[in-house]
Design a protein around this ligand. Structure first.
Ligand SMILES: *Cc1c(COP(=O)(O)O)cnc(C)c1O
Length: 363
């Protein structure tokens, strides 16, 4: 089976993990700090704050910016549920807007959704491509809004050569399926000293100095073991992203001109890191999406739908006033998208098999 995602490690990762285990210091040691420093250098920001998940990074970013009840956060309706949950954890209100052809926040709709209560705009860099950041940055400046980047799928992605995580407070996930992984883990990036300090305090029980607590804190720490894995993964991130880009280019070249099949587009000014290679199946495609997925599965090729519905349709959310929206792009895309494997562990035989299978299925 060719899986939809697969982590890629070298043997030296096992050595690093063993070294941490042998050291006897499994938490709050120097390895987490080393990982943070390396990540901050890579992204090009003053601070990187490690935590235990991408969801925690989003939660910490919102908390550190003082966003809470009564505040509105403009974000995409076409995203992973954790984006929305983080906003709800802090008691703020999601203001859902639609996406454009890049599967990302549409700046015109962001502009239109601003109210006196808007505090932040939270773009999600879906599938590994950044949003229209020049426009979002401009809107944020004009309206004095914080930018919180859901970069959980966009490690190494860039806009005008500026990395994801440098436009505001960047939130990254190191979950097992992401472009780099520590099993579970996360990182918050920022150029603001107070945001970094506040996040560091909040993720460690709100502790200022030893046993001095000034506010309600949490335990959202990353372990030394995870950080050791992260250091090795970060060192290979560019190489792994290049493999994803090569796989994507191969699919671009070999899956063109299939009736009803829309390939992902790289938009101007952007470096796409293909967390997912996501197709759209239009009604004129030979099969329904369910048939397509079954046919791939029967040939040993994994695929997945990210995401099958806009977030406002989930039963536990849909009774909220803010969830009473209908966003046509998000609804259409959620019916059309399907991602195929593009991860770095694919070999050339896998790629050929994927292309040949899809061409055969499409008749
Ligand atoms: C993975 C992901 C998250 C959450 O990250 P976790 O590490 O799983 O908590 C948030 N947003 C998006 C878009 C993601 O893909």
């Amino acid at each position: 089976m060719i899986r939809i995602s697969q982590p890629a490690f070298l043997e030296d990762t096992a050595e690093s993990v063993l070294a941490v285990l042998r050291s006897g210091q499994l938490a709050q040691g120097t390895v987490v700090r080393e990982f943070e420093n390396a990540f901050a250098r890579y992204v090009g920001v003053r601070h990187a704050v490690a935590c235990n998940s991408g969801t925690s990074a989003l939660f910490l970013a919102l908390l550190a910016h003082g966003i809470g009840p009564g505040d509105e956060v403009i974000t995409s309706a076409f995203t992973f549920i954790a984006t929305i949950n983080a906003i709800l954890y802090v008691g703020a209100t999601p203001r859902l807007v639609d996406v454009d052809g890049s599967f990302n926040l549409d700046p015109a709709q962001v502009q239109a959704a601003i109210t006196p209560n808007t505090k932040a705009v939270l773009p999600v860099y879906l599938y590994g491509q950044m949003a229209e950041m020049a426009e979002l940055d401009d809107i944020a400046h004009r309206h004095n809004l914080v930018i919180i980047e859901d970069a959980c799928q966009a490690h190494g992605a860039a806009y005008d050569g500026k990395f994801a995580g440098t436009f505001g407070s960047g939130c990254f996930s190191f979950y097992a399926t992401k472009n780099m992984t520590t099993g579970e883990g996360g990182m918050l990036t920022t150029n603001e000293d107070e945001i970094a300090d506040r996040a560091r305090r909040l993720l460690n029980h709100g502790m200022q100095k030893r046993y001095q607590y000034r506010e309600l804190g949490y335990n959202l720490r990353l372990t030394e073991i995870a950080a050791a894995i992260g250091i090795k993964q970060l060192a290979r991130l560019d190489a792994m992203n290049r493999l994803r880009q090569e796989n994507a280019r191969y699919f671009d070249d070999h899956l063109i001109n299939i009736r009803g099949l829309v390939l992902p587009r790289v938009l101007p000014r952007r470096t796409h890191v293909y967390h997912q290679y996501t197709l759209r199946l239009l009604p004129e495609f030979a099969l329904t999406r369910a048939q397509f997925i079954n046919a791939l599965d029967a040939c040993g090729i994994g695929s997945a739908i990210y995401y099958p519905q806009p977030v406002y349709e989930y039963p536990y959310l849909r009774d909220n006033a803010w969830a009473r929206v209908r966003l046509t792009e998000a609804e259409m895309l959620s019916q059309q998208v399907v991602s195929i494997p593009a991860h770095p562990a694919l070999d050339s035989g896998d790629r050929e098999k994927i292309v040949e299978t899809i061409r055969a299925i499409a008749g």
